[in-house]
Each structure stands twice: as structure tokens, then as C-alpha cells.
Write a protein that binds this ligand. Structure first.
Ligand code: SAM
Ligand code: SF4
Length: 331
């Protein structure tokens, strides 16, 4: 049986947040003090995560993305990658990471069965990168990107959250990067999630800005074949460019109608939508594969037709404070 919701959408993609902890403190994701960490005993063990993956695979989940927090700060992550890669039915295994630890992990991750990686890189200037991440070294993230390319992780995608007055002036530099390197750059609209959502109105900029900048540079964006696993990104090529440009507009042009994703939080809550507070704990179903499959079906039935994020998002309109932050859901 497949995971089909009330609106006919088939779900084959599960994003798993393996930890809420992180070695950075990005301004759009968490406060300067970081997040109130979930105690270790409340985090799903790798064996428990695998139970959810196996139940999902039996119902047609074929793609898994490991995320966080920062997935590479969780001890033993290679074990989880290796185990998930062997689950029958899982044909695509990817990770979203800030890349800081990739110089040491890229090759072993590839060997363990990871296929693809998305690396967050919101600036090409050391001081701006530090301002956004509050403590990160740009050189380390860039070394992580090189390590991923060298290890043969493919494709390597770069996630850039576009922010007014923070990094919007760097769009031309990012476009040049996609001209020169075989990297798939994806600009993402700032989403109002968790307490950081209260800052949303200050920073939000629609991605039409990227198209305008490309046109100004005489580099028209031409619709192109998306790299594998491009999901909802609109993909473009640049004349003579080695890489591609993706635009992910969760807000100005949401892609709810084709959403195929479920999310598992580090504490073990299954969510049918990033922006929907109704969720179910997997704990009652642990140890019972049939109950786990039923739970997955229930969660899919909870999925709303569409989310309520909008560019006019008013702080206080939604319970942003009470909502899990991005680092707990995994983006
Ligand atoms: N630590 C890893 C990283 O930064 O890539 C994985 C977790 S992070 C929560 C996953 C993705 O969510 C990142 O690409 C990050 O840029 C994105 N993200 C976090 N907060 C966001 C927000 N408010 N709006 C848009 N994207 C956001
Ligand atoms: Fe950490 Fe990723 Fe959130 Fe940045 S976006 S604070 S790297 S979890």
C-alpha cells in the first residue's frame, strides 16, 4: 500500500532530523544562544530511526534525507548512513549539512552509501558568513564543498537563503560561481519558522530578485533539466555555465500541490508538513512494524492541502514562538 493523502499526493520522501544540535547558530534558524537542547534520552536512537525507515520503505518511501540541526555532529552517523543505504526500497540517500565537518566525513559518507549532499552556504565573504552563522569560518565550509566534490558525492547542491540587506548583494558572485564550477546553487526564500520567524519581514526577499540580477548581468536564466533529486526547485542554466541555478519559493509560489514529503523530528515526531503543528509521536509504535505502518498512514491523512505561509506574514498571526524551529524539524 502506498502513502497517499486525502488530496491524492503520493509520499515517497522522508526527511529525518537526526539531532537538534548544531556547530553553527544561523540567524534565520536559531537565536544566538542556540536552541534548548533535547536531552539525549529523548532523541530517537539509530535503531528506532531505522524502524521508521523500514516501515516507510514498505509503503513506498524510496528517498531519505538526513538533516538536523547538523547531522554530522551526531556520533556514529556513518552507522546510520550504512544501515539506511541497505534498506530494500531505499534508492536515494542524501544529506543536508553546513559542510563544516565534511573535510573529515565526505569520503567515509560516500563509502557508507550516501549519494548526494546539500551544503548550506549563504555568503562568499568571510565576515558576512560569520555574521549569518554567528560563529562559522567560511574557509571550512568551502573546504567541505571541495571534499564533497572530491569524494564523488553527486550532485553537490548549495543552499543559499536569500536575505535582504544581509546577502542579497552577493547574488552576482553566486551566479559567477555557478558559471565556473559544477555546483548546483539553490536560492531559498526565507521562511517564517519558529521564533526566528519574527524577523522574517526584515529579511524576506522574493526570488524574482535573482532573475533580475541575472538579466542585469546579461546572463539570462534558461529553464534546464534539474539535477537528480531537485525536488521543488525551478532549475535554470546560465549561458556557458558548468553548474545550474535553482529557485525554491516555498512562500511566493508554494509547491504544496506536488509535495511528496514527510518529516521525522529528532525526538520522534512525524510531521506531514513543515508548517503544520499537527504531528504524531512514533514512540507508541516502536517494536511493532504493522503499527508503525499504520501510524505513517495516519500522519499522511493529517496533511493539509496547503500551508499558510505568505510574504505578508504578520508576526503573531501564527504561533511562531510555540512552533518547532527549523533546527528541530530539519528544513
Ligand atoms: N545544519 C544543516 C544545514 O544548515 O544545512 C541542516 C539543517 S538546516 C535546518 C536545513 C536547511 O534549512 C538549510 O539549508 C538552511 O539554510 C535551511 N533553513 C533554516 N532556516 C531557514 C529559514 N528560516 N528559511 C529558509 N531556509 C531555512
Ligand atoms: Fe545549524 Fe543548519 Fe540551523 Fe545553520 S541552518 S543553525 S547550520 S541547523
Amino acid at each position: 500500500m502506498a502513502l497517499i493523502d486525502l488530496y491524492g499526493r503520493k509520499h515517497d520522501y522522508l526527511r529525518i532530523s537526526v539531532t537538534d544540535r548544531c556547530n553553527l547558530r544561523c540567524i534565520y534558524c536559531m537565536g544566538p544562544e542556540g536552541v534548548k537542547q533535547i536531552p539525549h534520552h529523548q532523541i530517537l536512537t539509530y535503531e528506532e530511526i531505522l524502524e521508521v525507515v523500514k516501515a516507510g520503505a514498505a509503503l513506498g518511501i524510496s528517498k531519505i534525507r538526513l538533516t538536523g540541526g547538523e547531522p554530522l555532529v551526531r556520533k556514529g552517523i556513518l552507522f546510520l548512513v550504512k544501515e539506511i543505504a541497505q534498506v530494500p526500497g531505499i534508492t536515494c540517500l542524501a544529506m543536508t549539512t553546513n559542510g563544516i565537518l565534511l573535510p573529515q566525513f565526505a569520503a567515509p559518507l560516500k563509502e557508507a552509501g550516501l549519494q548526494r549532499v546539500n551544503i548550506s552556504l549563504d555568503s562568499l565573504k568571510p565576515a558576512v558568513y560569520r555574521k549569518i552563522t554567528r560563529c562559522g569560518e567560511l574557509a571550512q565550509a568551502l573546504a567541505g564543498i571541495e571534499a564533497a566534490l572530491e569524494a564523488g558525492l553527486n550532485p553537490v547542491k548549495i543552499n543559499i537563503v536569500l536575505m535582504k540587506r544581509i546577502n542579497h548583494r552577493e547574488v552576482p558572485a553566486f551566479l559567477k560561481l555557478a558559471l565556473e564550477k559544477e555546483l548546483h546553487l539553490r536560492f531559498i526564500e526565507y521562511m517564517p519558522i519558529g521564533a526566528q520567524g519574527l524577523e522574517h519581514h526584515k529579511y524576506y526577499l522574493p526570488l524574482s530578485y535573482v532573475k533580475e540580477q541575472a538579466a542585469r548581468m546579461g546572463l539570462p536564466l534558461t529553464p534546464a533539466e534539474p539535477p537528480p533529486g531537485a525536488g521543488p526547485a525551478e532549475t535554470f542554466s546560465l549561458p556557458g555555465g558548468k553548474g545550474t541555478i535553482g529557485l525554491i519559493h516555498p512562500i511566493s509560489r508554494h509547491f504544496c500541490a506536488s509535495c511528496n514529503r514527510l518529516r521525522l523530528t529528532a525526538e520522534g515526531y512525524l510531521k506531514s508538513c513543515l508548517y503544520w503543528q499537527d504531528e504524531r509521536s512514533v514512540r507508541p509504535a516502536l517494536g511493532d512494524p504493522v503499527a508503525m505502518q499504520e501510524l505513517l498512514q495516519d500522519v499522511v491523512r493529517l496533511k493539509p492541502e496547503k500551508h499558510r505561509m505568505s510574504p505578508q506574514q504578520k508576526p503573531g498571526l501564527l504561533n511562531l514562538q510555540g512552533m518547532r524551529g527549523m533546527s528541530k524539524i530539519g528544513g
